[in-house]
Design a binder for this molecule. Structure first.
Ligand code: URA
Length: 223
């Protein structure tokens, strides 16, 4: 069944209304029909649902294991990702690769995706309407994968997933687990920020140690 993102973002009965970037916004339940990531990608199609479509070269859907126990969510594709159609392949991605390797994991074993699937011009922060048009696909991806832990890289990812308009600063919420639909979610600094502020790497590593401990302790039981 083809469903556009506006449909995907509708509030279903019994669902809570959350806020995103200061305005009422619903966290959509995924349609119960999703079984695979391919189905979601097919539904996304040659997406024209927001103004980011106009300038993009590739939609960057996400990549990794559909059975991943750990999912990293970034903000949106940059120039390298737009050119290749793959998430986190530029300088920030190379740093993310090092973080994943330091955790004792393989990039292929985790799943990596973004809040918006098309590159915002000049790598600006995605705007509210762009997030609203796209975030339903992210929710559906996470529902199909069903990871044990999610890492939100930066404020845009944390805000979109937690639906928290008061999320003024990633520094205030990082370092502790939050609840995303029963899945522990760790917000941490974005690797692009670490490239500019390498002194923050220690905090990210502390956060990843918590993530590793949570993965180790996880038996499929949710928060
Ligand atoms: N930054 C992001 O947030 N996502 C990417 O895929 C690359 C850089």
């Amino acid at each position: 069944m083809t469903m556009d993102c506006n449909q995907a973002a509708m509030t279903l009965p019994g669902q809570r209304q959350d806020s995103l970037f200061g305005e009422a916004f619903s966290l959509p339940s995924p349609p119960p029909t999703d079984k695979t990531l391919e189905e979601i990608q097919t539904d996304l199609g040659d997406c024209q649902r927001c103004k980011l479509a106009k300038h993009r070269r590739h939609i960057v859907f996400g990549e990794g294991s559909p059975q991943a126990r750990l999912v990293f969510v970034g903000e949106g594709p940059g120039a390298d990702e737009d050119a290749t159609g793959r998430p986190f392949v530029g300088r920030a991605g190379q740093l993310l690769d090092k973080i994943i390797a330091a955790m004792g994991l393989r990039r292929e074993a985790v799943y990596i995706c973004n809040v918006v699937k098309c590159r915002p011009p000049e790598n600006r922060t995605p705007e509210r309407d762009e997030v609203a048009a796209c975030v339903g696909f992210l929710h559906r991806q996470l529902a199909v994968i069903g990871p044990d832990v999610i890492v939100a890289l930066g404020a845009s990812a944390a805000s979109a997933l937690l639906g928290d308009p008061k999320l003024s600063s990633i520094s205030k919420i990082r370092g502790q687990f939050h609840d995303y639909r029963g899945i522990p979610l760790m917000p941490t600094f974005h690797p692009a920020y670490l490239l500019r502020s390498p002194d923050k790497k220690r905090e990210v590593w502390d956060d990843m140690k918590q993530v590793m401990a949570k993965l180790k302790a996880s038996t499929g039981a949710r928060l």
